[in-house]
Design a protein around this ligand. Structure first.
Ligand SMILES: Cc1cc2nc3c(=O)[nH]c(=O)nc-3n(C[C@H](O)[C@H](O)[C@H](O)COP(=O)(O)O)c2cc1C
Length: 344
């Protein structure tokens, strides 16, 4: 979880408890990522993962970005800041980060917003790193398998944060696939292991995705509220605050569809925000920062999955243990039901 959420303390606590903690490399420099890897290695000797953003090959229409900039001028003056430079970089330091990860291999690397080339996946594999790539459709999962990744992360439309769609296409907005349908479609398309993500907050849901054909589950929002998460306190509080009644996919903050709690900024700017990632991300960054500084969640990107109301403020290690116990209980209950069924 990029944006300061998946910090070394959180990843270490998850890995120490038997989960696979992840560090977010997104929005960081290659050196920033490397420093966090060193911190994490100091905190745990257990396996962990690093998540990278894929570079975005297609430039957005500068006119559309210009119009949005104009529309956001009032936000900047309200929060007494300037809008960011939309052209502040579009590859997220991908090559430099890969170079660090090849020189200092880590156990797992996952990719969001696209699929790396076969060469990249093979070189990580030769370095002893397992590779995972996010997919939001069966076609994307097939591309991930063809490219040679070790596993695919199947991200349902319920998921908090950005959809990891490979090519952003405004014409397919609103056609996101629910996790259970997606697992079934992907399972019939690819043979590599499937990690299920999106809206999972309880062990019983992990049991459900495993029963549906997934090999593992990935949880984001459930860990946002833990004390180890680096999420802003306002973001953590908003997850269970009844003022924030629902989530929606929006391009308002970044220019790419991402799921967050509906707030004023999303309501006002979401309807006309252009498909322009990462230009819009750079543009809105100072406004989001200034809103957080002012203690105003109404212009912050409150990323959250559809299950946000079920967030628990447990320490991350304890949350992993509770989830494991719930999973075990759900599996016992299921086999007892199956036993009763076959006895009838
Ligand atoms: C605050 C937040 C930040 C996220 N940042 C990233 C990211 O940097 N890279 C990534 O691959 N996925 C990111 N995601 C998506 C998660 O990997 C995952 O798909 C999602 O959290 C699963 O849905 P859930 O939040 O309902 O559990 C983020 C999700 C959240 C909630």
């Amino acid at each position: 979880m990029a944006g300061g959420v998946s910090v070394p303390q959180l990843a270490a606590a998850v890995s120490e408890a038997g989960g696979l903690g992840f560090l977010a490399a997104g929005y960081k420099t290659a050196d920033g990522m490397y420093q966090e890897i060193k911190q994490l290695r100091g905190a745990t000797s257990r396996p962990f993962g690093i998540n990278l953003f894929m570079p975005q090959p297609e430039y957005a229409d500068p006119a559309a970005v210009g119009v949005y900039e104009h529309q956001l001028a009032g936000e900047a003056s309200w929060y007494r800041t300037e809008l960011g430079d939309p052209d502040s970089g579009r590859d997220d330091g991908y090559d430099a980060k890969l170079a660090v990860l090849l020189d200092n291999p880590v156990p797992v690397v996952s990719f969001h917003f696209g699929c790396p080339t076969r060469d990249v996946l093979e070189s990580l594999s030769r370095a002893g790193t397992l590779t995972l790539v996010t997919a939001t459709t069966a076609e994307e999962a097939q591309a991930v398998q063809w490219a040679g990744a070790d596993a695919v992360i199947v991200q349902g439309v319920e998921a908090g944060g950005h959809q990891g769609t490979h090519r952003d296409n405004p014409e397919t907005d609103g056609s996101g696939i629910g996790l259970l349908s997606l697992i079934a479609q992907v399972r019939e398309t690819v043979q590599i292991p499937v990690v299920a993500a999106g809206g999972i907050m309880r062990g019983s849901q992990i049991a459900a995705v495993l029963a549906a054909g997934a090999d593992a589950a990935q949880l984001g929002t459930a860990f946002l509220a833990t004390p180890e998460s680096g999420a802003n306190a306002l973001h953590k509080q908003a997850l269970t605050n009844p003022l924030f009644v629902r989530t929606e996919l929006t391009r308002a903050f970044s220019g790419r569809p991402a799921r967050g709690l509906v707030n004023r900024f999303m309501r006002e700017h979401g309807p006309y925000a252009p498909a322009a990632y990462p230009e819009v991300h750079h543009l809105t960054a100072p406004v989001r920062k200034a809103a957080a500084k002012a203690g105003d969640p109404q212009a912050m990107a409150l990323w959250a999955g559809q299950g946000h109301r079920l967030a628990r403020e447990l320490p991350a290690g304890q949350l992993v243990e509770v989830l494991a116990a719930e999973l075990a209980a759900a599996r016992t209950a299921l086999s007892a039901r199956q036993g009763r069924g076959s006895a009838r």
